[in-house]
Ligand binder design. Structure first.
Ligand code: ADP
Ligand code: MG
Length: 363
């Protein structure tokens, strides 16, 4: 059964069209992320699900019931929003027990649940402090605990890790995932951080300018991006994009001509590419799918070292290839002199091609 369904949901704030026809559904116990750049309509979407914002048009169904006109407090959803402040006069333990008291839980049961969430989120040391005594990151952990402590049909988390440093973020991510899996919670996480979405989600909604660009598993988004936007947004470091003219040899093979470089293209996808011959297209290749090669290898092209970054187990090599900047992730960290000449090769099983005007993926 679907836990939640959004059907053609719109949100306008006066002239601003923040959400434009968003439709997706999630299953019970699923972990869904909504990801996209700042201002793309993620929080507006989540706030409509929570009941904190009116829905301009479309419908939202929770547990098969249309909830458009149900007040926020009557929806069975738990929220951890960035702007959702803690109760300043209550201790951490008090903030956690409050939502349970409101729902009629009593003594023993409250203590048990509060202790359990304090331990799961590593908050025991702070239990008797008030929010003003805590750092931003610690307050966020309490806010998350307050949302997760009570039973709800759906949990909505808007940038719940934004005030944490990198290490705390990874630690809290694993704790939240564990709570979600152990208790079978249905969660929607809003984040601008695609790595966070890839790491945590069963499926991801990628948004841009109020519209869904793609809805799929982390693997689908990474390996089969639907368009140029998703290809650019998902992956770290970002995919390389090279614009060139598509040509066809007498033998029927396609190539991408970019200044002096002729990139051979794979045989697959021939029919769709035919209509692009002699036109501009964009080729995409991830830094992980380029390797250094010998000069005489077929398909190898020359680059000049622009910069090299040491990254521990690996390194990032930035090359200038005929004026195009190409980033390569090298598995073994070896230093490269700026200005040195090298040859490299694309893994042509991992090449993507896009229409430069529509962003549509062609291969
Ligand atoms: P995100 O969470 O993806 O950063 P939001 O949903 O907060 O994006 O905002 C989407 C768009 O709607 C933005 O252009 C933002 O400025 C606008 N917006 C959000 N809330 C309001 C509001 N209360 N009044 C007017 N415009 C708003
Ligand atoms: Mg937001």
């Amino acid at each position: 059964m679907d836990k939640l369904i959004l059907e053609n949901v719109y949100k306008n704030y006066g002239e601003v069209k923040a959400v434009r026809g968003v439709s997706f559904s999630m299953k019970d116990k699923e972990f869904i992320s909504i990801v996209g750049p700042s201002g793309c309509g993620k929080s507006s979407t989540l706030r409509m699900i929570a009941g904190l914002e009116d829905i301009t048009s479309g419908s939202i169904l929770l547990d098969s019931e249309k909830i458009n006109h149900i007040r926020a407090r009557d929806r069975d959803v738990a929220l951890a929003f960035e702007s959702y402040a803690l109760y300043p006069h209550l201790t951490v333990a008090g903030n956690l027990s409050f939502p349970l008291e409101v729902r009629g839980f009593k003594g023993e049961e409250i203590t048990e649940k509060v202790n359990s969430i304090l331990s799961l989120l590593d908050l025991e040391a702070y239990m008797n402090m008030t929010p003003t005594e805590l750092s931003g990151g610690e307050q966020q952990r309490v806010a998350l605990g307050r949302a997760l402590i009570r039973g709800a049909s759906l949990y909505l988390l808007d940038e719940p890790f934004s005030h944490l440093d990198a290490q705390q973020k990874i630690d809290l991510r694993t704790r939240v995932l564990r709570i979600q899996k152990l208790n079978g919670l249905s969660v929607i996480l809003v984040t601008h951080d695609q790595l966070e979405a890839l790491a945590m989600s069963d499926r991801i909604v990628v948004m841009n300018e109020g519209e869904i660009q793609q809805f799929g598993t982390p693997e689908e988004l990474y390996e089969e991006p639907a368009n140029l936007f998703v290809a650019d947004f998902i992956g770290e470091p970002p995919m390389n994009f090279i614009e060139g003219i598509l040509t066809r040899t007498d033998g029927g093979r396609h190539r991408l001509n970019c200044k002096e470089i002729r990139f051979p293209l794979p045989k697959r996808g021939g029919e769709k590419l035919s209509s692009y011959v002699d036109r501009k297209i964009i080729m995409g290749v991830r830094p992980q799918h380029i390797s250094l090669a010998a000069k005489d290898m077929p398909g190898a092209f020359e680059g000049v070292v622009f910069s090299y970054e040491y990254q521990g187990e690996m390194g990032y090599l930035s090359l200038d290839c005929s004026g195009e900047r190409v980033l390569i992730e090298l598995k073994h960290a070896t230093h490269y002199e700026t200005g040195a000449r090298l040859w490299c090769l694309f893994d042509d099983t991992h090449l993507y091609l896009f229409d430069p005007d529509t962003g549509e993926r062609l291969l």
